[in-house]
Design a binder for this molecule. Structure first.
Ligand code: NAD
Ligand code: ZN
Length: 356
């Protein structure tokens, strides 16, 4: 499967297929003076040797393994990587390869964007969630005061997505990524939504061969949204569908209790209900809830969280207009709209949602 991503600054291919890591050079448009592979200590034992073997024609292949997890997106890890890379005396024709999930993509991409004012960058996503993070051009690291506070817009030369790597991905990471795949379908069109519901009827029914075209479709949705809105003026906000409440749930239940995607799944159900209330329309909420259940995605707000607490958290978060919390709502499947919503409407529906 191949998808061509066009941005005002750069065009690059996304290649999706089984075993791509063994033949990655087939997809590089040129050769580089050096290859710097950045990966984490879960992915390295599984796939690093394969990638190094594929690059063995070059005598300048270096690898750096960082501890797995969000903490790798830190200034300290970034500094260590830059220190080590500077010591190699590489030139601007070098290439950084991100081999891993969204954490590695964001971190390695930021290294690539900043080292020598930017060197070539290749994304080799290994998680389902990185179908999302590997395109769109956002790279960066976290700061004590918040996630992704330091970063850049920097596009890769190519995204090489070896779907075989997804076989070793833990089920919890599958669920997290799946929620974002489904999100892309719901904000895109009834056609893609129905197709996904048919082709991924249950979590256990997922088969990597039928899944690759769906991944491509989900990535195309993100790519189109981003292409129409490179610097996040308007349409890019649609990608936040499910995220206003999702982020609040993620933070208030404590990071790690629910994965990001699981929290977003609950946030999507809420956004659908809120859309029905605000626009006085009927959406297939029951159908989506039933589907989420079969996908092992959570559909209810975790016990112990109160509507007051979640409302306060959403107010504290940044996406506000005129003092109102801003939601991505749906006028229909495939028709997202960014809408400020009054606190009272949110808290009433939250209370109903929490009480079943
Ligand atoms: P991750 O990179 O931490 O990967 C999740 C876990 O899976 C890690 O423990 C990792 O070691 C392990 N893993 C990765 N590939 C594996 C494989 N093939 N087999 C077994 N284990 C594997 O997390 P993620 O969910 O991929 O990404 C989350 C990050 O992405 C966050 O930091 C988030 O901010 C970022 N993100 C960025 C964007 C963007 O546009 N740049 C968009 C969404 C999310
Ligand atoms: Zn998300």
């Amino acid at each position: 499967e191949r998808l061509d991503i066009q941005t005002p600054h750069k065009n690059y291919p996304v290649i999706i297929g089984d075993g791509l890591r063994f033949k990655l050079t087939e997809f590089l448009s040129k050769s580089y003076s050096a290859y710097v592979i950045i990966t984490d200590d879960h992915v390295a034992p599984l796939y690093l040797e394969d990638v190094k073997t594929a690059l063995s024609f070059s005598t300048n292949v270096f690898d750096f393994v960082v501890p797995a997890g969000e903490t790798a997106k830190s200034f300290a890890t970034y500094k260590r990587l830059i220190d080590d890379i500077v010591a190699l005396n590489l030139d601007r024709k070098s290439c950084v390869i991100a081999l891993g999930g969204g954490v590695i993509g964001d971190l390695a991409g930021f290294v690539a964007a900043t080292f020598l004012r930017g060197v070539a960058f290749i994304q080799m996503p290994t998680t389902l969630l990185s179908h999302d993070s590997s395109i769109g051009g956002k790279v960066g690291i976290n700061h004590e005061h918040g996630k992704n506070l330091i970063g850049a817009f920097y596009h890769p030369e190519a995204v090489l997505y070896d779907t075989e790597c997804l076989k070793t991905l833990p089920a919890s990471e599958w669920r997290s990524g799946l929620a974002e795949v489904v999100k892309h379908a719901i904000i895109d069109s009834p056609e893609l939504y129905h197709r996904m519901r048919q082709e991924i009827p249950t979590f256990d029914a997922i088969d990597l061969h039928t899944f690759a075209p769906l991944l491509k479709a989900a990535m195309a949705v993100k790519a189109n949204v981003v292409a129409n809105d490179e610097l996040e003026a308007g349409m890019r906000k649609f990608l936040n569908f499910g995220h206003t409440l999702g982020h609040a749930i993620e933070k208030e239940s404590g990071y790690g209790v629910l994965s990001h995607g699981e929290a977003v799944a609950i946030g999507m159900i809420f956004a659908l209900r809120l859309s029905e209330r605000i626009y006085h329309i009927a959406l297939p909420v029951a159908e989506i809830i039933a589907w989420f259940k079969r996908l092992s995605l959570p559909i209810a707000i975790p016990k112990g969280l109160t509507s007051q607490q979640l409302l306060e958290r959403m107010k504290y978060d940044k996406k506000r207009a005129d003092g109102h919390i801003v939601f991505v709502l749906l006028k229909a499947i495939g028709e997202p709209e960014v809408t400020p919503v009054e606190d009272a409407v949110i808290s009433n529906l939250l209370a109903e949602f929490i009480n079943g």
